[in-house]
Ligand binder design. Sequence first.
Ligand code: HPA
Length: 234
Amino acid sequence: MLAIIGGTGFSSLAVTDGGMETTAFGDVYMETGELHETPVVFVPRHGNPPRYPPHKINYRAIIQALFDAGVDGIIAVNTVGSVDETLSVPGLVIPDQIIDYTWGRQQTFHDDQIVHVDLTHPYDPVLRTLLCDAAAGYPTRTDGVYGCTQGPRLETAAEIRRLRKDGCHIVGMTAMPEAGLARERGIPYAAICVVINAGAGIKNRIIDMDETRRSLDTGMGWVRDVLIRVVQST
Ligand code: HPA
């Protein structure tokens, strides 16, 4: 069964039963139900109702709950800003790499053992291909480096310039440690990101929150369509 981790603007599947699941790493709200007659598990990473900022999300409880549910893949939905000036806003990105700029988050399930998982390719190639195929027809970039910042504030213009020099294409706050923890639990994981604003300093004005909200609504509509196509194709 496939799992979906929803982000900002995507906090419920609306066709499901929800409740709290208890794990060894804490409790997590989870929904089980059907997306286009296909069983799926859904976790809104910011909680239901949404209340956990990116640095306060219990990523370990989320991944552990999905592991305990026996899911065989996770599709993460993230909202991001653009770092690459050529990206459409709104637009979709299915990233293939991550640079982690976060700090102070619980990065591992193994606090009492020395375990180093391989994360050369953080996103699962099979799930990525399903997403890329399903996103055909939408303004989509089918690769890219996700720079994961700590937040919750947005970046300075200089930070966005630095991310660009580092090779990032998009910036968000929730890719890590989620992707690393999924790898520790051996669950294939891929992400579809909605670009809802140009990164700080890209336009000659500050980030307009009303415009961002409109891009979010449009982009999340696209994501729902893409996810339905993904489950139809599996
Ligand atoms: N920066 C970081 N995270 C984000 C942004 C951004 O500009 N937009 C949406 N999530």
